[in-house]
Design a binder for this molecule. Structure first.
Ligand code: NAD
Length: 341
């Protein structure tokens, strides 16, 4: 495990103590050399004792959503990590920025363009950093494939297929309420395929087409899509197809270039991820597994301690570009026509 080189540890506040905060981010933080969890923000009283005991959190560092602005006075909090339902990301990002705190916000950064723009503007005007929790940008396997389009190490990349589908679980949850989620499988897990196509090709799509899939449960999926397929055209005759689903697990990425076929399976979940390159031979992409959220937090620790701006690939602008594409895919599926970007 890499050790911190500087002396300072960054103080973090976790906003929302649901699945991702508890089972993923907090697990990564337990062995962090850069971060100290100094505050929690929750509306669930019953969750407080376990967190307080485990992390030794002071009484006045336990906030709720109403008194969240007290975060301004928590001098031992440098950054907040927002793990709330998607449509609440904007409000808490803006309140954190106004309190002078850096922000890490989960994907998708927002559910509409105006919110994403307001989040970016609030962080810019407060002089704080805004990172989107794109954990795979810190994953060494995805970092290996990220530049294939520009390096052409395996010849020109000409086709990408990305599939990510999960079992979403019970009907009574925010992911299935459009006002909280902004959409279904696409905005939740399809975002990984959109991201991957952009970072593999190093290009922006020029047009999208899309089709909603069948609905197996009209009550559960009354507000958001259960399945969706989409296609993205990139400059230079590069083509991507994607699928996102909420009923059954499937998790694969294929890249075809002039000189090779590269496959990741699983590709987007928490790993260990597996990669294979087939050119004249077949080689495994052997990358030691690192806990995704631990790796993300350690790299973010270094980046937040550095006064330089964050890399573009995890910035608010990147989150906004993804959102513009995701919303264009929804528009294409709804109208049945190609949408230019
Ligand atoms: P979750 O439902 O487990 O947790 C959400 C938390 O928000 C809960 O603690 C809940 O009490 C709280 N909350 C506050 N106001 C709420 C409201 N009005 N309605 C419902 N809940 C409310 O969800 P999660 O899986 O932890 O997802 C949280 C965020 O993390 C989402 O943006 C999601 O996209 C993201 N996420 C990212 C990854 C990843 O791999 N990067 C994985 C899972 C989730």
């Amino acid at each position: 495990m890499e050790q911190q080189t500087g002396e300072k540890r960054l103080g973090l506040a976790l906003v929302g103590l649901g699945h991702y905060a508890t089972d993923c981010i907090a697990v990564g933080l337990t062995s962090s050399a850069y971060w100290q969890l100094n505050a929690i923000v929750t509306g669930s009283h019953e969750k407080i004792p376990a967190w307080q005991n485990k992390w030794n959190i002071k009484e006045d560092r336990i906030l709720n959503y109403e008194d969240f602005d007290r975060i301004r006075d928590c001098e031992d909090v440098d950054a907040v990590y927002i793990c709330l339902p998607n449509s609440l990301h904007a409000e808490f990002t803006i309140r954190a920025a106004e309190a002078g705190k850096h922000v890490i916000v989960e994907k998708p950064m927002a559910t509409n363009i105006e919110d994403a723009q307001r989040m970016i503007a609030a962080c810019e005007s407060a002089g704080v950093k805004l990172a989107v929790g794109y954990r795979l940008r810190f994953n060494r396997l995805h970092q290996q494939i990220a530049n294939l389009g520009s390096t052409q190490a395996k010849g020109k990349v000409n086709f990408i297929n990305a599939i990510f589908s999960i079992d979403v679980g019970p009907a009574e949850q925010w992911r299935l309420k459009k006002s909280l989620s902004g959409g279904g499988a696409l905005i939740d897990v399809g975002i990984y395929g959109v991201q991957a196509a952009r970072y593999i090709t190093g290009k922006e799509p020029v047009a999208v087409t899309a089709q909603f899939g069948p609905v197996t449960d009209r009550v559960k999926f009354a507000e958001v899509e259960e399945h969706i397929s989409w296609q993205m055209r990139f400059p230079g005759d590069i083509y991507m197809t994607g699928y996102a689903g909420y009923s059954g697990y499937l998790d694969e990425l294929s890249i075809r270039s002039a000189g090779a076929i590269i496959k990741l399976d699983p590709a987007f979940s928490y790993g260990p991820l597996h990669g294979v390159v087939r050119d004249e031979k077949e080689h495994l992409l052997v990358i030691p597994h690192e806990h995704h959220q631990w790796k993300q937090m350690e790299d973010l620790g270094r980046l937040f301690l550095d006064p330089a701006p964050l890399p573009e690939v995890i910035s608010g602008q990147e989150g906004l570009r993804d959102l513009q594409i995701l919303l264009a895919i929804y528009q294409a599926a709804a109208c049945g026509r190609e949408i230019s970007l």
